[in-house]
Design a protein around this ligand. Structure first.
Ligand code: PMP
Length: 395
């Protein structure tokens, strides 16, 4: 059989392209910001993870440019060997201090961080307990690890306890959860996870990709939000969201981070992030520390949007984060809605299986600290208008 058969009959995509509702790979012609230019049109951007509005901040851009001038464009090697810059070390120091952890190290992306942390820290004699709504990179990290993987129902602490109670007490245990779940915007039940971890002698790892800069008074993340920074053993995160760059990190005790430095294949056998990325993310972190009011501004704009959508009759599930999912349930309705919003100058993200479960399709909207109320009012009008027009589309 021809290996490429699947490529020739990839009908879902072909049909969407043919019928004009293909919603992916739109082209950006500008910086990432609250207003962007896409395919030559001005758009309100409510589909990015630029939570603090720093991707176009002049100080962040200058830091990247200056670092490129000083260190060149790429490091041409792994952190393990020739690729460690003094800038990486400085960044790791400031990051671990900010997160109240002993040590931290940097990976090339957030996705790679999960692959690299999980596969290094969990092995054949260990069990990973992973929330079913965890990010794809966690799924893949667990597959890479050789550990036994036990999935618990999303934020279902009874299910988690049942599964922990049945586990072999002689095996190492890791509870793995997103801090803020990337599609639903839910916050994990960290107090209960920490309680269960203590009871069953498990370690806790939080993927705080959507928590850094978002949760807690100072934006230190989900653990800060719950006052549990000392109880979370491993914090993982990314520079591609609040920190306006590219890269990822692990923050934990020195022994754990150093073990990862010497045992993580995705870390050791991959090149380090270039100076421009590190410098941009470091400058973004410094701005977050200097201007914690951005975290509150983000909360305020998300609350304004939530209230505005509800006032116009949209049913929203409870959420407190800047990720506001609008449930459209059916895949075709979701993609058509996103495309129509695009035509109306509002960029949002379609979420259909496998990124969500069947029947739970949604439009993922996400907000930025620098969005204005006028932009939000316009987006609300367009969302309500488009969804009204699609009420009868049940596919
Ligand atoms: N974890 C979560 C929860 C995410 O949402 C993402 C990105 N969508 C990642 C990890 C991967 O991060 P990156 O895009 O920086 O590779």
């Amino acid at each position: 059989m021809d290996l490429f058969k699947k490529c020739f009959s990839y009908d879902a995509v072909k049909n969407a392209k043919r019928d004009g509702y293909y919603p992916y790979f739109h082209v950006l012609n500008s910086k990432q910001d609250t207003i962007v230019e896409m395919e030559g049109k001005k758009m309100i951007m409510i589909g990015s993870n630029n939570y603090l509005g720093l991707a176009s901040h002049p100080e962040v851009i200058k830091a990247a440019v200056d670092a490129t001038n000083e260190y060149g464009t790429g490091v041409s090697g792994s952190r393990f060997l020739n690729g460690t810059l003094d800038l990486h070390i400085q960044f790791e120091k400031e990051l671990s201090e900010f997160l109240h952890k002993e040590d931290a190290t940097i990976f090339s992306t957030g996705f790679q961080s999960n692959l690299g942390i999980i596969s290094a820290i969990a092995g054949r004699n260990d069990i990973i307990f992973s929330d079913k709504e965890n990010h794809a990179s966690i799924y893949d990290g667990t597959r890479l690890s050789y550990a036994e993987v036990v999935r618990f129902n999303h934020s279902d602490m009874e299910d988690l306890e049942l599964k922990l109670s049945k586990a072999d007490p002689n095996k190492g245990k890791l509870i793995l959860t997103d801090g803020v779940f990337s599609m639903s915007g839910d916050i994990c039940d960290l107090p209960e996870i920490v309680r269960l971890a203590k009871k069953y002698e498990a370690r806790v790892m939080v993927d705080d990709a959507h928590g850094l800069g978002v949760m807690g008074k100072h934006g230190r993340g989900t653990a800060e939000h719950f006052g549990l920074e000392d109880e979370v053993d491993i914090i993982m995160g990314t520079f591609s969201k609040s920190l306006a760059s590219l890269g990822g990190y692990v923050a934990a005790s020195h022994d754990v981070v150093d073990y990862i430095r010497h045992n993580s294949r995705p870390y050791i056998f991959s090149a380090a992030i270039p100076a421009s990325n590190a410098a941009a993310a470091l400058q973004a972190l410094r701005i977050l520390k200097r201007e914690p009011e951005r975290v509150q501004a983000l909360r305020d704009i998300a609350n304004y949007m939530r209230a505005g959508l509800k006032k116009r009759g949209l049913e929203l599930r409870p959420s407190e984060t800047p990720i506001i999912p609008i449930y459209t349930y059916m895949p075709l309705r979701t993609m058509v809605a996103c495309n129509q919003l695009f035509e109306h100058g509002v960029y949002v993200n379609p979420v259909v299986p496998p990124a969500t479960t069947v029947g739970e399709c949604l439009i993922r909207t996400s907000y930025t600290a620098t969005h204005t109320k006028e932009q939000m009012d316009e987006a609300i009008d367009k969302i309500v208008e488009v969804l009204k027009g699609l009420e009868d589309l049940n596919e």
